[in-house]
Design a protein around this ligand. Structure first.
Ligand code: NI
Length: 270
């Protein structure tokens, strides 16, 4: 599929200098309603719950409690038609423009904030979730499927934080059952909020500090996130090793469901 999607030199320079960027019209207008219908169906059907791909990012993920920040990893596994969207071709072009032609797709997820109920996503760096032994050159493209506002939880960034190392994090509430991470300490007075139209996007590299507020609006807030990067490289062995103790401490119900599912559904074709 061809795309004419592009960035101006000013947008590219802003991204590299500030460590984030807001872009309009990544999703072709005729795809928005289609994506939204699939998105709502996947959450309504609790797609991926059994295999550990759907879980509450901000809570203990107890089946008896309504999730305040439900997330689905790899939604396209449960709705393969999403792989055909032109939004994806535009996103890859955007990623290669910013990272180089060897950048490729590295994953996707959906984070849903139910109306009046969706919790805040605390300040964090995405790389804090990843393998500390690798060096990354990666971005996340965050796409709201309705207008994103301060009231419903638009993206906020700490400008120029992308040049920092990964800072110490902890699981939300210091509860090892919770998947979501939060930075230990932060002065967020310089935060830049990025309200967007439906189908626009924000882009940030893996170390930029970011957060979204709770959804205080009467409408659901749907965000679709695509990850791209060049192949991760082993870290320089002469540098002190990085230790992300906050990940080693986790014992999430999601991981348990994933292990149980893999035990019950072994793959025989390996
Ligand atoms: Ni994030």
């Amino acid at each position: 599929m061809e795309t004419t999607f592009t960035l101006t030199d000013a947008q590219t320079a802003f991204f590299h200098r500030e460590g984030y960027l807001a872009v309009e019209s990544l999703v072709p207008p005729d795809e928005l309603e289609w994506m939204t219908a699939i998105y709502d169906r996947l959450f309504a059907e609790r797609a991926g719950r059994e295999s550990g791909d759907q879980f509450d990012l901000a809570g203990t993920d107890d089946d008896t409690v309504q999730a305040s920040l439900p997330q689905i990893l790899n939604p396209a596994k449960y709705a393969p038609e999403l792989k055909e969207g032109r939004f994806r071709v535009n996103a890859l072009r955007l990623a290669r423009h910013l990272l180089g032609e060897d950048a490729n797709y590295q994953g996707e997820h959906a984070i849903f904030k139910p109306a009046r109920y969706g919790a805040a996503t605390p300040w964090h760096q995405d790389e804090a979730y990843w393998n500390p032994n690798l060096d990354y050159n990666a971005i996340s493209i965050w796409i709201p499927l309705q207008p994103a506002t301060l009231e419903n939880g638009c993206m906020q960034f700490i400008p120029r934080s992308h040049t920092m190392e990964v800072m110490p994090h902890h699981t939300i509430g210091n509860d090892p059952r919770v998947h979501g991470l939060e930075i230990d300490t932060l002065n967020s007075s310089s935060a830049a909020a990025c309200p967007l139209s439906a189908g626009g996007c924000t882009v940030h590299p893996s170390r930029t500090l970011h957060h979204t507020g709770a959804n205080r609006s009467e409408m659901p807030r749907r965000a679709y996130i695509l990850g791209f990067g060049t192949p991760p490289k082993p870290r320089n062995p002469h540098l002190p090793p990085r230790i992300f103790a906050w990940n080693d401490a986790k014992q999430t119900p999601r991981e348990q469901r994933r292990r149980d599912f893999e035990t019950q559904n072994p793959v025989f074709n390996s």
